[in-house]
Design a protein around this ligand. Structure first.
Ligand SMILES: Nc1nc2c(ncn2[C@@H]2O[C@H](COP(=O)(O)OP(=O)(O)OP(=O)(O)O)[C@@H](O)[C@H]2O)c(=O)[nH]1
Ligand SMILES: [Mg+2]
Ligand SMILES: [Zn+2]
Length: 311
């Protein structure tokens, strides 16, 4: 019997699949092995399946086998951490990205937030920013952190897990009705948001405080999950990542993924580094106070790392 389902979690050799009732009703979850590793070599990816993938599964008395992966509508990818020429898809068939960052514990890293925003833009996915742990700092501190994003049309949400209204604003304002992938460094509170957004009777996923020794997140989430968020929408929780490589964008194309700089022209065109070149339209915007110096620093840093082949 063939059925269609969505990959909700992957283990080394089995996939958890939420199988769709043909009448669009309640789903059941089954564990399936992958047929012949689904032509692993051909796909050129680390894993032939990722969470969010839609698959055809064949059910036997003794179990289930994934026969086929259906085409991906969307994806969010990065270069494989060790094999840089390979694509690593983080999640498939998502509609939106939520970049999660805390103001402190761990500290806000604008460069990393900008990398996630560029990655989303490269994949054609709308992105918003959630600033978590707003109970830990004064409101004015967060105002400063998010100022640049409001100016470039990135919606920002402020959450604190002890204020359910802040979670509901995020749900209504960004998540409802969409499949959204949560990304951000370890310890910022992605899984805490996931737990607060899912119904209280669904089992909580593990969260953990920062390491007292390094003041960093301890990478408590190790595999991604794709889960329904009743009454409408899906959430993809992902493991935190300290660096995000960019896939599918070259050094000279980064600028178009910064909306405020996209239309700026430089005398040296796409080869301008936006540092001290004469006639740099990008720097002029910053000097005129019409764009943020921090965003320019991110653009320069990302372009440099792509030029060095680091991605
Ligand atoms: N004060 C405060 N602490 C929070 C808030 N949200 C999360 N935390 C705490 O931050 C710590 C890390 O939260 P997690 O949800 O595990 O972080 P994560 O982003 O999922 O981390 P990884 O799975 O390692 O990527 C936990 O101790 C949470 O209780 C918040 O709004 N306020
Ligand atoms: Mg987590
Ligand atoms: Zn320039």
């Amino acid at each position: 019997v063939l059925a269609v389902g969505t990959v909700t979690r992957l283990h080394s050799d089995v996939a958890e699949i939420a199988v769709e009732d043909p009448d669009g009703g309640v789903t059941c979850t089954l564990q399936a092995t992958l047929r012949g590793r689904l032509e692993l070599e051909e796909s050129g990816e680390k894993s032939p399946l990722v969470v969010g993938d839609r698959v055809r599964v064949r059910r036997h008395e003794s179990g289930a086998v994934v026969e086929e992966r259906l085409p991906r509508r969307t994806r969010l990818s990065r270069p494989h951490p060790r094999m840089h020429l390979r694509e690593q898809v983080i999640a498939a068939n998502v509609d939106r990205v939520l970049v999660v960052a805390s103001p402190v514990l761990p500290p806000f890293r604008p460069g990393l937030v900008d990398r996630y925003l560029v990655a989303a833009s490269v994949h054609g996915l709308p992105a918003a920013l959630a600033v978590t742990k707003c109970d830990l700092v004064e409101r004015e501190i967060v105002d400063v952190l998010v100022a640049a994003y409001g100016e470039v049309g990135v919606r920002t949400f402020r959450t604190r897990v002890d204020a359910p209204a802040s979670i509901e604003d995020l749900r209504r304002g960004w998540l409802s009705g969409c499949a959204t992938v949560l990304v951000g460094q370890s310890g910022v509170g992605k899984t805490t948001l996931r737990n607060a957004l899912l119904p209280p009777d669904s089992p909580a996923a593990a969260t953990a405080p920062l390491s007292p020794r390094t003041s960093r997140g301890v990478h408590v989430t190790t595999v991604a999950t794709f889960e329904p968020m009743p009454p409408s929408g899906f959430l993809v929780d992902t493991p935190g990542s300290r660096q995000l490589g960019l896939w599918g964008v070259g050094p000279d194309d980064v600028q178009v993924h910064f909306p405020e700089f996209a239309a700026a022209a430089c005398r040296f065109g796409r080869s301008c580094r936006h540092l001290d070149e004469p006639g740099c339209g990008v720097r002029e915007l910053v000097e005129a106070g019409r764009a943020s110096a921090e965003r320019l620093a991110s653009l320069v840093a990302i372009r440099d790392s792509l030029l060095r082949g680091e991605r």
